[in-house]
Write a protein that binds this ligand. Sequence first.
Ligand code: BG6
Length: 532
Amino acid sequence: MTNQTRNALAFGLGFAGFGFATLVLRWYVSRPETKPEIASVAVKTVPVDVFDLVIFGGTGDLALRKLLPGLLRRYADGQIPEGSRIFGVARDALSDDGYRARIEESLQKLVADDALLDEKLPAFLAMLHYFSLDATKEDNWDTFAASLKSSDDRIRVFYLSTSPALFVDICNRLSAHGLNAEPARVVIEKPIGKDSASAAEINNAVGAAFAESQIFRIDHYLGKETVQNLLALRFANALFEPLWNARHIDHVQITAAETVGLEKRASYYDTSGALRDMVQNHLLQLLCMVAMEPPATLDANAVRDEKLKVLRSLRPVVGDAVSQLIVRGQYKAGASNGGAVPGYLDELGRSDSRTETFVALKAEVANWRWAGVPFYLRTGKRLPTRVSEIVIAFKQVPHSMFDADAGAIAGNKLVLRLQPDEGVKLWLMIKDPGPGGLRLQHVPLDMSFAEAFGVVQPEAYERLLMDVVRGNQTLFMRRDEVEAAWKWIDPILAAWGASADAPKPYVAGSWGPSAAVALIERDGRTWHEDAT
Ligand code: BG6
C-alpha cells in the first residue's frame, strides 16, 4: 500500500460513519414522545506508528489547554503506541518529574470527569520528558539532540507552539543538529505572519530547514468534525452537487461567534485583531471547503490545489469598497455569560487601541460556479453565544401554488454546525401536520452528531496531531494557500490603516455593531438564527 493510499484510507475511515448517520436522520417534531430512539456506534481509532513529539512552548497555554489533553485522550483510546515519547521544551528550569507534576496538575480537571482518562494518566505522564532550551542560545541543544537521536529513525514531530519570532532560531538549530531529516515533521501554529510579507519571511525560514512535505501549518478549524463532514456531504452524496452553484444557492453565511473576551491574551490579540486572528485563516478555510471544486482524490495536494483556486478567485476588496463591504467592531462593556463584563479597552488597560474584536464582511468568489453569490462572514468576541456554523441558503421556489394563508415559503437551508452541538440540519418546508387546511411550516431535518453516534467527537487538535504523525497533510495549509489568503487580507488592512475611522462600538453580549446587520439586510437577507 502506498503512503498516499494509506493516508486516503485513514482519512476515509473518519468519514465512514456518515453513511450510517444518514439512517438516523430524524424529522424535527416538537412532541418528545414521537422522537425515535437513536442508535450509537463506536468511534474507530487507527493506531499510529511509534513517534517522538517535541512541543516547543511545552509549558504554554496551548500545550496545557489543547495539546496535552488531546494527546492524553488519544493515548487512552489506544491510538498512541507504547514507547512513544512526548518532550516538553521551554526556558524554565524543570526536571522531567517537575514537568510531569505541572502537567498532572493541569490535567486534573479533565481526568476528574472521566474514569478512563484517570486510569491512563500515570502511564501517559511517564511518556513525558522535559528539556530546558532557549532557542537563542546553544546551551543544552547537544544533549537534547542526542536524546532524540537515541530513538533511531522513528517519526519526530516538532510542534512550534511559540511566538513566531522564535521560529527561525528553532528551525536553524534543529537543522544544525541534524534533527530536520525525514521522517521529521514540523508543525507551525498561527499567526503565520501579520501580512503577506511577514508570512513569506516565516515560510522562507521554516522552508530553509524543512521541505514543504515536512511542514504542517495547522488551522484547527479544519480538524473539526463538521468541516470534514462537509466533504462527505458534498462529495459522497449525489444529492447536493447538482445544486451547489450560483443557479440554486442564494448566498452562504459563515459565523464563528465567541462569548469570551481577551482571555489574558492581550499582548497577542491587540496586535492581531479579529481579521488576522480568525478571518485570514479559520473563516477563509471554511469558505474554501464550501466553494472548492471536487478534488479528484483526497490526496493532500489535490485538496489544497482546489482550495488555492478559491482563494485566488476571491474578488479583491480595495479602497472605498472596504468600508462598504467590511464592518469592524470593538466591544464596549455589557453582559456576557450571565454577568457584567468590561469593554475591550478596559480589559486591555489602554484607551487608544483600534483593534477590532468583530468583523462582518461580504465576499465574492469570482468564478463560473459562484458568480453573484455573496458569502457573508462574521466573527467576534463577546457575542451572545458561542456558535460556529456554515449556512448554505438555497434560492426560493420560482412560483408558489399555495394560498396566502398557507404561510410564506422560506428558502431551504443547509446548516452545518461546527460547535457547540456539532451536526447538520436541512431546513425544509413541510405541511403542518393534522387536519384543518394546508398550512406550511419551515422545519429542520436534524442530525446532531452526538445524539446520532452516542459518542463525544474528538477535539480538532487530537485528530490533527495524529494526522501529523501519519504524515497526512490534507487538513493542513500549504504555503501558497496561506500567502494567497494574506494577499486578499492585505488591502483591507491597508485601508483600515489609512482610515481615520475607529471600529464601530458594540455592546458586549450583542451580535456586533448594527452596521453588521445592515450589511446583509440591505441585500434583502438576514443572518441565520436557529430557533430550535
Ligand atoms: C484561535 C484564535 O485560533 O481560535 C482564538 O486565536 C479563538 O482567538 C479560537 O478564540 C477559537 O477556536 P474555537 O475552536 O474555540 O472556535
